[in-house]
Ligand binder design. Sequence first.
Ligand SMILES: [Zn+2]
Length: 305
Amino acid sequence: MKRFLWWGLSLCLYMGLQTMLFAQSNLPISSSQQPLKYRIAFIDPRFQLTKEQFMEVSQQAAEIWQTETGKTYFTYDSEAQLSINLIYDDHQIIKNEQQNSLNTLLQKQEQWSLKNEEIVLNKQEISQLSSDLNKKKISLRAEFEQYQRDVTRFNQGEHQYYRADELKERQKQLEQKSENIKNESNDLNFKIQLLNLKIKELNQEQSDLAALKTQFKLEQKISIEPFHKGLFSQNQIQIYGYTSLNDLRLTLAHEFGHALGLKHTTDPKSLMYPLLKEQDIHNFKLTNSDLELLGSIYSSIKENH
Ligand SMILES: [Zn+2]
């Protein structure tokens, strides 16, 4: 099975020769000046598009040809030969898979960023705690040194300044402070260990993410073969995919152009350009190059008759 996927890039597979023959041999509008009749034959339910919606879009596509020319080129007829079909096949499956893996990737990236932010805050908190603890240690050391000096004096007999029970009380307090600092220090070490674990996890996730990204790019590369969203061949317009109703409308209008016997233009803003990319997708009007193409077909037909 052929795999095409080049979403949003390649508008249509144009079968130039076949279409030209068709345009000159049995194109209803060229011989009778009657509008080309079309019908909607098949809509794959996986597109989740109702027939009414598709009818409306196809009417809008037909109006694109009418607005600038004042002529009705296309008209709906449930008995028409020209059928339009919305075909769901592996184009859409591949595209959905790719969209899903892209969503997963973006989600994982978002989660990673949140974790990273949390870790940055955590680091700041730990560094604040560590600096507070250091200050407490310095202050305790100073108190302890003072205490030792006072004990020395006491032992040298300066009993008028220092009482034994006072010194004992100070010793108890210092021991308590020292115990507190030890506990805080243990807490802090535990927090640092946890943080290091989180950082290790985060780094692992980052390399997993990088691997996923590489894989995703690889998958995209493999699937970059031209994917044609639309195809016109004798009596049939097949639409294989679209990204929005505006996209569908223009894709259909483009295939309508082929059904009239038109070839491709070289003007990227025109409807009959092979890629749908630079056109004004929301408010499209036929360009001069589209109209010239239309004019050349109809004047050559007039000359022949
Ligand atoms: Zn085309």
